[in-house]
Design a binder for this molecule. Structure first.
Ligand SMILES: Nc1ncnc2c1ncn2[C@@H]1O[C@H](COP(=O)(O)OP(=O)(O)OP(=O)(O)O)[C@@H](O)[C@H]1O
Ligand SMILES: [Mg+2]
Length: 324
């Protein structure tokens, strides 16, 4: 099945409705699902049409930069899966790969050696619009490649305003999107400073280990410094606990410690360890086309982030969470 369509079974689950009554309502509203493998799927634009007709309120545009000094904690994994899920629900999503490793571009099966990337925009060799590629009608990508490895140097020389090196260009296209997700490399360099300054929210994935905790504290200190140096506001952060293995007592301890120490900043939902996350990338498919804990977790995390609620229903503003 098209990775970028939403199964009606998933929509029914989101609406806490049985599938049959959903199918009837879709028919009444002249929205026709597509059949594949005996299941019914909806195009994102039809999901949006249906949810809007049910008085669901699509969120204000949000720019989220996913950052963490420590490598391999699940930054790219978070961007890919939140982007796919949000786009399946009809949000117009832009992903920006600012990491020279270009793992995000590879995860979307894009070979981008020949393409214009962010460094070309900053050096006035390409417009930001020229860097955008469509992965699906509701999911776009600004890819990366090794040329971005000089981005930090480009930003720190020639008197450029680092604080505006992402926001200035993003302003030219951001109106087209509901959600912009920026994937960054494991550093505290100028590129990541620029990404943080452009963001409404910085999402900080961490793993249940001591090194992650020290990486988290260092990254948070840096974000405070960046805000004081470049912005007249603070940078809101959310911490996403990733690779949680319930069989390890140390994982429980660290999770508890995080909720105590960073009560306000913790995402309510977290990501469990799942081989499905690696397998899906290797096989070039989405995690959302079959059942897994990874699918469950990223579904909850995405909805916590995008907060797609019914206007009149204050109850539904209470995001479904695993942890109170
Ligand atoms: N919850 C998880 N369970 C199991 N494996 C995971 C999980 N999250 C991520 N991984 C795997 O861990 C590896 C690193 O993840 P990812 O590339 O997302 O990290 P990253 O923070 O973006 O790394 P980098 O700092 O190098 O950019 C990948 O192989 C990914 O599939
Ligand atoms: Mg990465």
């Amino acid at each position: 099945m098209d990775d970028f369509m939403l199964g009606t079974h998933d929509l029914a689950q989101f609406l806490k409705q049985d599938r049959k009554s959903l199918h009837l309502e879709l028919k009444e509203k002249n929205i026709n699902p597509v059949i594949s493998g005996g299941r019914l799927y909806l195009y994102p634009k039809d999901v949006r049409r249906y949810l809007t007709s049910c008085d669901y309120h699509y969120p204000e545009r949000q720019i989220v930069s996913v950052q963490m000094l420590k490598g391999g904690v699940g930054k790219t994994t978070a961007v890919v899966n939140i982007a796919i899920r949000a786009s399946q629900f009809g949000l117009k999503v832009l992903c920006i790969d600012l990491d020279q490793q270009a793992n995000l571009s590879l995860a979307f099966n894009q070979k981008s050696e020949e393409r214009a990337v962010w460094v070309d925009v900053v050096e006035d060799k390409a417009t930001v619009a020229e860097t955008v590629m469509a992965i699906s009608p509701t999911l776009h990508l600004i890819p990366s490649n090794l040329n971005n490895s000089v981005l930090d140097k480009t930003l720190t020389t020639g008197g450029r305003n680092i604080g505006k090196a992402v926001s200035k260009y993003l302003n030219q296209i951001k109106d087209q999107y509901d959600l912009i997700l920026i994937d960054t490399g494991p550093s505290l360099g100028a590129v990541n400073t620029a990404a943080a300054c452009a963001a409404d929210l910085v999402l900080l994935p961490i793993n249940p280990d001591k090194f992650s905790m020290s990486g988290l504290k260092k990254t948070m200190e840096e974000l405070e410094f960046v805000a004081s140096e470049f912005l007249e506001r603070t940078i809101p952060v959310k911490i996403l606990f990733s690779r949680f293995d319930g069989r390890e007592s140390s994982a429980h301890q660290l999770l508890q410690q995080c909720y105590q120490e960073f009560t306000e900043q913790m995402m309510h939902n977290y990501i469990r360890t799942s081989s499905e996350l690696k397998n899906s990338i290797m096989q070039g498919r989405s995690i959302f086309n079959r059942r897994s804990t990874a699918k469950e977790d990223f579904d909850l995390v995405t909805h916590e982030l995008i907060a797609l609620n019914q206007r009149h229903d204050h109850q539904s503003a209470q995001i479904e969470t695993r942890i109170d």
